[in-house]
Design a binder for this molecule. Structure first.
Ligand SMILES: Nc1ncnc2c1ncn2[C@@H]1O[C@H](COP(=O)(O)OP(=O)(O)OP(=O)(O)O)[C@@H](O)[C@H]1O
Length: 479
């Protein structure tokens, strides 16, 4: 009876609130209207503007609605029964603490699952990119990708189970709160400290809190997944290169002589600081001369080329270009205009021959591309293809032979007309005939340039002005 006479349940008027001066009634009404407003905005956003509003904004609106509902209902709860509300306030932090604990475990699981997905994708990429090697070793049946995907599947299942347990537990906990409220409220009613109507109002308001908290817990599950995926992206975005991409001095083209001095260079790769690859290495590349480095495998020859290209900076010592420390020069200018680099395994892009050669100088005209191809002994074989320079080379150049790929790589390096040419075992992967053709192209390309040749074969270094033998990270003989 008393409950039915309570103002909040009497109904009447447009707002359903007959006693507009009753603070409890007003509070319920304001909270209801606010929740409806936010809900309507959110629904309208979903239905009419979902393509315009980013998902995080929609999620924020949903979160905002749940949070305001929770706060509003808590105020109402306090107005109805401070004692019962106090009890809820004591229990709730314990639940929130337990939720935060489970949440941190879930975040860790989610991060591990994301890393495993990335690993599985990497394996698939490698297996597909190196399909010939996979076939050559009859490894098609070895389910490398399946293994990684199974692991990823297992991890995601664990994560899903974790989120399910989290959501299940939070629902059980919230229902327990309702049961506890009825129990505690019943005790208060029997002691005449509370009316049945108050208890019913309390329950209605606490169920709204329950619904809001349940939707917050779902949002939290989505947030856990989102944050760990985003964290990996932001981790990469926030990486700063140790060697800047650009910035620094440039030597005007007409004053550039092309003398390179390696002075007392010591170097260890950052991933293996314990292994010193170069030890007080000294070498001079005189302008317009060809210097060849030979030596045992793993002796550090390619590392010398990598340091000249500024892929790494030496641990100690200085590399000079025309008497200037290359660390003071603009790396993008050095790589794009001064040094032409041709390595053992030329990597081509899955576009046309024309675009691959033009990669060396994006603004080059078709005539310049053809000229570079002629210098690299590539023009004849390119024009023998039905599509000529528009022939697509396939992913990483798989539709070309080793010698053809190498000559396109030479043309790509020559088109920028570099002052310094670095050839890192450029012909070592070729048979005798292909090597002869490529060598011819290289002999032509090296004229009038400072050249560093890293070689295994005698034929490659025959024309060199200086031959240096490298062992154990330093030059041991010069002839
Ligand atoms: N990115 C890297 N990280 C760590 N160590 C590396 C890296 N690259 C090469 N090394 C190590 O540095 C040493 C020198 O390698 P480098 O490639 O310079 O030798 P190389 O003389 O060119 O050999 P090869 O004639 O066989 O090509 C080797 O012991 C190699 O294992």
């Amino acid at each position: 009876d008393e409950w039915l006479h309570y103002p909040a349940f009497k109904g009447g008027g447009e707002s359903g609130c007959r006693h507009e001066k009753d603070p409890f009634c007003m509070l319920i009404e304001v909270q209801k209207q606010w929740a409806t407003l936010v809900f309507n905005i959110q629904s309208a956003a979903y239905e009419d503007f979902s393509c315009l509003i980013p998902n995080p904004v929609l999620a924020c609106l949903q979160g905002l609605r749940s949070i305001t509902q929770t706060v509003g209902c808590f105020v109402s709860l306090y107005v109805i029964s401070p004692k019962l509300t106090g009890l809820t306030v004591v229990v709730l932090p314990c639940l929130v603490g337990a939720g935060a604990l489970i949440g941190s475990v879930l975040r860790r699981l989610s991060r591990l699952a994301q890393e495993q997905v990335a690993k599985a994708t990497g394996v698939a990429d490698e297996a597909l990119g190196n399909v010939r090697t996979v076939k050559a070793f009859a490894m098609e049946e070895r389910e490398l990708y399946a293994l990684e995907v199974d692991k990823s599947c297992e991890m995601n299942e664990n994560l899903g189970a974790g989120i399910a347990v989290f959501q299940g537990l939070s629902n059980i906990a919230l229902n327990c709160i309702v049961l506890g409220t009825i129990f505690a409220g019943g005790t208060l009613i029997s002691n005449n400290e509370m009316s049945p109507g108050d208890l019913m109002s309390f329950l209605v308001a606490s169920q709204t809190v329950q619904r809001s908290l349940a939707s917050i817990s779902i949002l939290f599950g989505q947030m856990v997944r989102g944050i760990s995926s985003g964290a990996r992206v932001f981790e990469y975005l926030s990486l700063e290169p140790t060697i800047p991409l650009s910035g620094g001095g440039r030597i005007p083209y007409h004053s550039l002589i092309g003398r390179v001095d390696f002075m007392d260079i010591s170097f260890s790769y950052p991933t293996r600081p314990g292994q010193q690859v170069l030890k007080r290495f000294n070498l001079t590349l005189p302008p317009c001369k060809t210097v060849a480095i030979v030596g045992e495998s793993g002796g550090g020859k390619s590392t010398v080329a990598a340091l000249l290209e500024r892929f790494y900076d030496p641990t100690s010592g200085v590399i000079m270009l025309d008497g200037l420390d290359i660390r003071t020069l603009d790396p993008s200018w050095l790589r794009a205009q001064v040094i032409g680099f041709i390595n053992q395994e030329p990597v081509l892009f899955g576009s046309s021959i024309m675009e691959n050669i033009r990669f060396g100088k994006p603004e080059a005209t078709d005539a310049e591309v053809i000229n570079a191809a002629e210098q690299a002994n590539a023009h004849r074989f390119i024009t023998s293809f039905p599509d000529g320079y528009n022939t697509m080379v396939g992913e990483r150049g798989v539709t070309l032979s080793g010698g053809q790929k190498q000559r396109i790589a030479i043309a790509r390096a020559l088109i920028k007309n570099p002052n310094i040419l670095v050839l890192d075992e450029a012909t070592s992967a070729l048979d005798a005939e292909s090597e002869r053709v490529v060598q011819e192209a290289l002999d032509r390309a090296t004229r009038g340039r400072t050249v560093l040749i890293i070689a295994h074969r005698l034929s490659t270094i025959q024309g060199a002005d200086l031959i240096c033998v490298m062992s154990n990270g330093r030059i041991v003989e010069v002839s």
